[in-house]
Ligand binder design. Structure first.
Ligand code: MRU
Length: 363
């Protein structure tokens, strides 16, 4: 019964009823098993991010905020000295932030939690109450942002259009509608039918395991393809737009997203298909001048050599390179769709304007 309520809300992440643990649908087990986890220990919380039990830039930010709150609450129960409590909070935040380097939302959410704690004078129990409100607010706001991103994105496509997407940027990766899948899911609710081609997304198969799962449950027409089939789909004229998510947008519009995204953008330019990046403003990092300044996570080569196979599909010990993300050059991006509106080139100007407008310090 409770499970049904969570699923109906497309809510795959939150706090347990007693607020003492983080509850999440383990994405690493989908689509074959729907396993819900309840986590409270520092190491298991960090492991959940590292091993992609929770993944997707906004979702790991929300998860980390909840994780920090849960850890803080447990410590406060032991009546610690205030200075030691504050030091511990910083250490946990640093540990969680280091689990995945590319998505800026993770750092953003943790910094927001720490700033809230810093502004609160008072004993640990009081700080914990404030942190609970803050992590719940981060989650709620993420859902609202996704809704607004979906509204803006929906204006970019017409009835019956084909959309190509890469990785998973749906409700699992963010809240409610997700980002890149938002216009598709919102369109579905409103009777605007879109046809989706989902890249399987090697090596971790987020497209096959997660996007196909989410869209099929929502009743959206989805066709799964291998990553190397995207060119043919575009050549055949089956897609009118590409929608992808983002892990970090640099000040000049260069965008880091799942490995394979930049190749898709090159193809889209060749075949004249608009290439749209969708994400919340918390993904824009104006302190990062260009894509060259975005740290790219590298993962274990076993993901390529043997994961998913009954037996290894590469010679033992063969050298592998397994970057988790790549950077799409801003010149290949048609628009960046955020909750605050649609940014068009030149991105250096449009992103700066957007961020200051969202912060409320526009002239
Ligand atoms: O390694 P992952 O699965 O966390 O990568 C996720 C992506 O690349 C998403 O497209 C991005 O985080 C945006 S999610 C709304």
């Amino acid at each position: 019964m409770e499970e049904t309520r969570w699923k109906e809300k497309n809510q795959y992440l939150g706090l347990t009823e007693d607020g003492r643990r983080v509850r999440l649908l383990d994405q690493s087990q989908l689509p074959n098993r729907e396993v819900w986890l309840e986590l409270e220990e520092q190491e298991e919380l960090a492991e959940a991010i590292r091993t992609l039990r929770v993944r997707g830039a906004p979702a790991i930010g929300v998860f980390a905020a909840y994780a920090l709150y849960v850890l803080a609450r447990r410590l406060a129960d032991r009546a610690p000295v205030e200075a030691a409590f504050r030091t511990r909070l910083r250490e946990w935040a640093a540990g969680l932030a280091a689990t995945r380097p590319t998505a800026v939302n993770l750092r953003w959410a943790l910094e927001r939690m720490l700033a809230r704690a810093d502004r609160t004078a008072g004993p640990p129990e009081q700080i914990v109450q404030v942190l609970e409100r803050e992590c719940r607010a981060i989650h709620r706001e993420d859902g609202e942002m996704c809704r607004r991103i979906a509204e803006h994105g929906l204006t970019l496509v017409g009835e019956g259009d084909g959309i190509l997407t890469h990785c998973n940027a749906g409700a699992l990766a963010a809240s409610r509608y997700g980002t890149a899948l938002g216009p598709i899911l919102l369109g579905q609710e409103r009777g605007k039918k879109l046809r989706v081609f989902a890249d399987e997304t090697r090596p971790l198969l987020q497209g096959a395991r997660l996007t196909a799962w989410e869209l099929a449950r929502a009743g959206v027409e989805v066709t799964l393809i291998c990553d190397n089939m995207a060119s043919m789909v575009m050549k055949n004229g089956w897609v009118q737009a590409c929608f992808v998510g983002c892990d970090r947008v640099a000040a000049n519009g260069d965008t880091a997203n799942k490995i394979g995204t930049s190749g898709l953008a090159v193809l889209a330019r060749y075949y004249n298909v608009p290439f749209y990046v969708l994400g919340p403003t918390s993904t824009i990092d104006l302190d990062c001048p260009t894509g060259a300044d975005i740290p790219i996570e590298e993962r274990d080569g076993e993901e390529i050599r043997s994961l998913w196979y009954q037996e290894p599909m590469a010679p033992a010990g063969v050298r592998c390179w397994d970057p988790a993300f790549d950077v799409t050059d801003h010149s290949l991006i048609s628009a960046i769709v955020t909750e605050g509106g649609i940014c068009r080139p030149p991105f250096g100007e449009s992103l700066r304007e957007l961020v200051s407008r969202e912060k409320g310090d526009a002239p």
